[in-house]
Design a protein around this ligand. Structure first.
Ligand SMILES: [Zn+2]
Length: 197
């Protein structure tokens, strides 16, 4: 099995300025995978605890963050730190809840990452990959860029062996009492072949 995590770690000499070229280069090493902005680049705190989830997972769950997204890379990084603070300090979780988050321009940000149990879907965290699109999609539609990145990331998960080729995709609301991921995002993912109600 090819494991991409090491390749997605930042180069040791990488600076805080955030070299996006380096991100592209790392991702190119993994066929079919979108570039992923590593935790170090958005200023993540270390997790309190990191536990493995069942892989390859048979289930992936789509969420929204239900807050207005940042519209630039720096603004997204600020928001990621705020979400992590909310999840760790107010909700008492071990880390930011999701495995990955996707900005409105389609940039993929590493949350807990591949193979790590998240805190996003009650009763399913140890067996489902959790991906959040940044924004609130109750009334407004997600961008095509964000949807495209989500699909690439799911495909990548299959390529890397973290998702079963025949995985099932659901929205958070399909598994619990919540509006997440919003009507508009939910109606988008319902069109995807991997979606099952
Ligand atoms: Zn959710």
């Amino acid at each position: 099995m090819r494991v991409g995590r090491d390749r997605m770690e930042p180069a040791a000499d990488k600076t805080e300025s955030g070299d996006r070229g380096a991100v592209e280069q790392r991702a190119d090493a993994v066929e079919g995978c979108p570039p992923v902005v590593p935790r170090s680049e958005w200023g993540a705190r270390p997790p309190r605890l990191s536990e493995s989830m069942q892989v390859p997972a048979a289930l992936a769950v789509i969420h929204h963050t239900a807050m207005p997204p940042g519209h630039t890379h720096p603004a997204c990084c600020v928001q990621l730190r705020n979400i992590q603070r909310l999840h760790m300090d107010e909700r008492g979780w071990n880390d930011i809840g999701y495995n990955f988050l996707i900005g409105p321009d389609g940039t993929v940000y590493e949350g807990r990452g591949w193979g790590v149990e998240g805190a996003h879907t009650r009763m399913f965290n140890n067996k489902a990959l959790g991906i959040a699109l940044m924004g609130c999609f109750t009334d407004s539609a997600p961008s095509l860029e964000a949807l495209s990145s989500a699909r690439r990331l799911l495909h990548c998960g299959v390529s890397l062996g973290y998702l079963l080729p025949a995985f099932t995709l659901k929205g958070h609301r399909d598994l619990g009492s919540t509006q997440c991921p919003g009507d508009k995002l939910h109606s988008s993912i319902r069109q995807w072949a991997s979606y099952r109600p």
